[in-house]
Write a protein that binds this ligand. Structure first.
Ligand code: DC
Length: 231
């Protein structure tokens, strides 16, 4: 393998499996993995805990004022997984709850939240050797990333995956509410003014509706190898 370290941006729809494949790629090539969605979820959880989210409405002014108080980081665990840390508290499971999923898009549309998190994400990428997944990584966070992938799959396929994931984790949910959440988040993510979900012109599309996890991982690894060995 070449020693050249690059930045890898994996963008796509919610529950497209992009986090699992980005994590698997990072581990296979010895890169750091950053889940940018977890950062938006952590800010959302903080806002919910501080009474700034009522029936889906966010108190934008209060949250923007409080942003300097919110510290987000990632901590590696002994079992190889990593935890999202919110002001030094491990919130990895809590940020995956449906209540957080239902509110996160409303927090992610706030320009000040995005600016702050994008700056933090860019800091993580300073040394390269990073795989980051999200919605705007290839377009806004790292427009010069050497490898960009845009992952897509049908809403139903994604809802099925997300539902199974939640049930396996013991999180209560119905398939209908998961599907509804997926469709609603797609809409908000695609139509927001600030950094909408959009394929970067130079990203390679991966539609994984019919692919196994092993096939996806192989596909990504071979794209990576072709990029780092190109020159
Ligand atoms: O990938 P995820 O479902 O955990 O992301 C949670 C939310 O955060 C999702 O609704 C969109 C938002 N998000 C974003 O706006 N930009 C990113 N780079 C990552 C996530």
């Amino acid at each position: 393998m070449s020693d050249k370290k690059i930045i890898i941006a994996v963008d796509g729809y919610s529950s497209s499996g992009k986090s699992s494949m980005a994590r698997a790629l990072a581990s296979a090539i010895g890169y750091r993995y950053i889940d940018s969605g977890a950062m938006y979820r952590a800010v959302t959880l903080w806002a919910m805990r501080h009474g700034m989210v009522e029936s889906g409405n966010v108190d934008v002014d209060a949250l923007v004022m409080a942003l300097p108080e919110i510290r987000i980081n990632f901590r590696p665990n002994p079992d190889g997984t990593q935890s999202t840390m919110l002001n030094d508290e491990d919130v990895e499971s809590e940020i995956r709850r449906m209540e957080v999923s239902n509110n996160v898009s409303q927090v992610a549309v706030i320009p000040e939240v995005r600016h702050r998190l994008v700056a933090l994400q860019q800091d993580f990428g300073r040394e390269k050797g990073i795989v980051m997944d999200g919605r705007d990584i290839g377009t806004t966070v790292f427009p010069d990333a050497e490898m960009k992938v845009f992952v897509s799959a049908s809403p139903r396929t994604r809802a099925e995956r997300r539902y199974k994931e939640l049930i396996d984790k013991g999180v209560p949910a119905t398939f209908e509410e998961v599907l509804e959440n997926v469709v609603k988040r797609d809409h908000i993510d695609e139509t927001r003014e600030e950094s909408p979900l959009r394929k970067a012109d130079d990203a390679t599309v991966l539609d994984n509706s019919e692919m196994s996890v092993g096939e996806q991982n192989e596909w990504l690894l071979s794209l990576f190898n072709s990029i780092v060995n190109a020159d």
